[in-house]
Ligand binder design. Sequence first.
Ligand code: GLY
Length: 426
Amino acid sequence: MRVLIVGGGGREHALAWKLSQSAEVEKIYCAPGNAGIAAVAECVPIEGEDIEKLQEFAREKELHLTVVGPEAPLMEGIVDVFQEKGQLIFGPGKLGARLEGSKAWAKELMHRHGLPTPGFEVFESPQEAYEYLRNASYPLVVKADGLAAGKGVTVAEDYFQAAGAVKASMEERIFGSAGNMIVIEECIQGEEVSVFALTDGSSYLLFPSAQDHKPVYDGDRGPNTGGMGCYSPAPILTPPLQEQVCRAILDPLLDALRMEEIDYRGIIYGGLMVTEEGPQVLEFNVRFGDPEAQVLLPRLETDLFPLLYEAARGNLGAISQPRWSGDAAVCVVLASGGYPGSYEKGKEIHGLDQVSGEEKAVIFHAGTALRNGKVITSGGRVLGATAWDPSLQKAVQKAYSLAERISFEDMHYRRDIAHRALSRGV
Ligand code: GLY
């Protein structure tokens, strides 16, 4: 089978790495890929948003499956275009991608179908939003409706912070059209956990849980990033809670999508808050998490290809249950100086040769490129130092031992990945 992966970050490296181990996959292309992906796939210089070129490429190479990594091409309708041409592609179509692409649409869907999610109001006019904020109780959460590169959510402690977020989004338009509409949401307390379900539109398979670390600094301080590291499984999601997630969230969500005539095939990624009253949905995403994919896929002992292929074909019933290792996996993200703010690119990365070939460990490339045969930085999140072991503590130690052997100018990373699980004595 010949497969194209769309994207070029750590998630896509993890997908390419795992698919390269498949007995069924003979050739992997990745568009555009990165320096690490180039070791397991042929990188082609086409960006994810160039849907027409990607579709032409898939046709020319007579590919059997295209797997979409990031959300933007899904929202742009890459799946609909491929399907119109009869080409198999993994991911939801444009209608389903609104689960991530429009917070207001997703919240209203959840509300209509009784999924547990914090109370909310949707605003299309800043004046109405300010009016609401004057009488609201704090803290509360202000969210831009559309995609805002992980920066569209503000937890506001008082009216001034909330009104500032509304102004920035709706009047200063810092997120462009993504911030024309906003959701103002109740702020709930608890611990966050990510859940992943693979669906073919009628049934689903629950993947193991993970916990991401979004703030840039240790102790969950500083601005949010795309994720500075994560681990899987997340012990906060106990088996009874997992059962509750299926019964109260995933089952009704799948029913809701069917009732709304949305044929959703791909990954449903639930960002949940575990509260005293049970799990609540903070948001849905429509693709694998990043860096979550970097800890999930190493734990998959069986072949990834049939899972993606049969989900895309609407035929998950044809495959046997995937097997997951009991190991805990940990990923520490090595980031460019300045990230998540502005940062320089083009720094040479040292030490990659010293960590290759380690057992139960891999360095996933997120923002790297090749220049004159050298690997250089080309993004904010540069590498994911990933390790797994039956003991979470040992997996953490190993991931940090990989991180310590790698260097580039101004590199930084969090030192407390998995702290919540470790403090529970896992
Ligand atoms: N790690 C967060 C995300 O993938 O959205």
